[in-house]
Design a binder for this molecule. Structure first.
Ligand code: SAM
Ligand code: SF4
Length: 331
């Protein structure tokens, strides 16, 4: 059985948010830090984040539906006390070949070896500037060098895919030179992500959004070459250069046809299926996550929900859907 929508897009990749909690204060996400009363999708009905057994039911059903990549995200996923148990659980499904996380890197250096032992084989680390001053300004945390050491440790340990996410912000981090020097001798897959508008950040968006196309032009001018897209690849445009071990990907949600290569579905930390980061609605699966006996019903519900996945987002019209900030469902 496969997950295919009405626009012939195939979904083999699940982004699973396991918490909204976070220990950073990124300006474009949780500028005042995480406040359960203000930022939370928790309510009387969903009063806790998904439990380990609910996560198991989600993963089992998506594995059955042909998903072979699961990314844990949040909030900051590594803050969960049972994080290693969640990784081990995902690793117990042999068809889930890619077991990934997106993290702010605050716990990376100390824990990456244990995460790898629990099955982690792909990691995205968010680093919004290579200047300690701007890193602290953007994230609220003075941890740039510790996070960078965590990246190096991940490479030393041979984690198969080490990616670094940088959200582009005008006059803060849209300077390519530092990044190029860093990835010259490191096999890092660097991803520049255009700042996306969310319900909370219209003003910040207007002030700091910068199109990735300016950076793309610089890359082409410096001899970087666009790689042909692999068959099931997501929306990033990936560039390589013979003189560099690292690669550079551009994620430009405001570019034409961005949604055509959408290959992922998202489950929030309270068990809602979001077909799009910026959709107007989400399907609440929580009631079907309680018992393994409900897995067939859960499958039917997921397949039925896919029929209403929209063709594209409407960010150009400033329609950000129900997403207040990305700590609800991960980026
Ligand atoms: N806390 C983890 C982290 O920061 O890597 C995982 C969750 S975070 C929501 C996932 C990704 O979304 C990060 O790379 C973050 O930079 C990105 N993100 C958050 N808000 C964004 C926005 N408004 N526009 C673009 N990317 C955003
Ligand atoms: Fe936390 Fe990640 Fe949001 Fe930054 S982007 S505040 S690290 S959830």
């Amino acid at each position: 059985m496969q997950l295919i929508d009405n626009y012939q897009r195939r979904f083999h990749y699940l982004r699973l948010s396991i918490t909204e909690l976070c220990n950073f204060q990124c300006q474009y996400c949780l500028p005042d830090g995480y406040h359960p009363n203000k930022d939370s999708a928790l309510d009387g009905h969903n009063h806790k984040f998904l439990s380990l057994s609910e996560i198991e039911n989600v993963v089992a059903v998506f594995a059955d539906l042909g998903v072979h990549k699961v990314r844990l995200t949040g909030g900051e996923p590594t803050l969960r006390r049972d994080f290693i148990d969640i990784l081990s659980l995902i690793s117990s499904y042999p068809t889930i070949k890619v077991r990934a996380i997106t993290t702010n890197g605050s716990r990376l250096l100390k824990n990456i070896a244990n995460w790898q032992a629990a099955g982690l084989n792909a990691i995205n680390i968010s680093i919004d500037s290579l200047s300690p001053y701007f890193f602290k300004l953007i994230t609220g945390q003075d941890k740039l060098f510790e996070v960078m050491r965590g990246v190096d440790r991940s490479l030393e340990l041979g984690i198969e895919k080490v990616k670094v996410n940088t959200v582009l912000m005008k006059n803060r981090n849209d300077n390519l030179a530092d990044y190029l020097a860093w990835i010259k001798d490191r096999p890092i897959d660097l991803r520049f992500i255009e700042l996306m508008e969310t319900g909370d950040d219209r003003q910040l968006f207007d002030h700091y959004h910068v199109s990735g196309s300016k950076m793309e032009a610089q890359l082409i001018e410096q001899g970087w070459q666009l790689q042909p897209k692999e068959r099931l690849a997501g929306p990033a445009k990936v560039y390589t250069h013979d003189d560099y071990q690292g690669k550079i990907g551009l994620i430009m949600p405001y570019s034409k046809d961005f949604c055509k290569s959408c290959n992922r579905l998202r489950i929030s930390s309270v068990g809602k299926l979001h077909y799009c980061l910026f959709g107007d609605a989400a399907v609440d699966l929580r009631a079907l996550l309680a018992k393994p006996e409900q897995r067939e019903q859960l499958k039917v519900q997921i397949l039925a929900s896919l029929a209403i996945k929209p063709e594209k987002h409407y960010l150009h019209d400033h329609n950000v859907g129900i997403t207040q900030n990305l700590s609800y469902i991960g980026g």
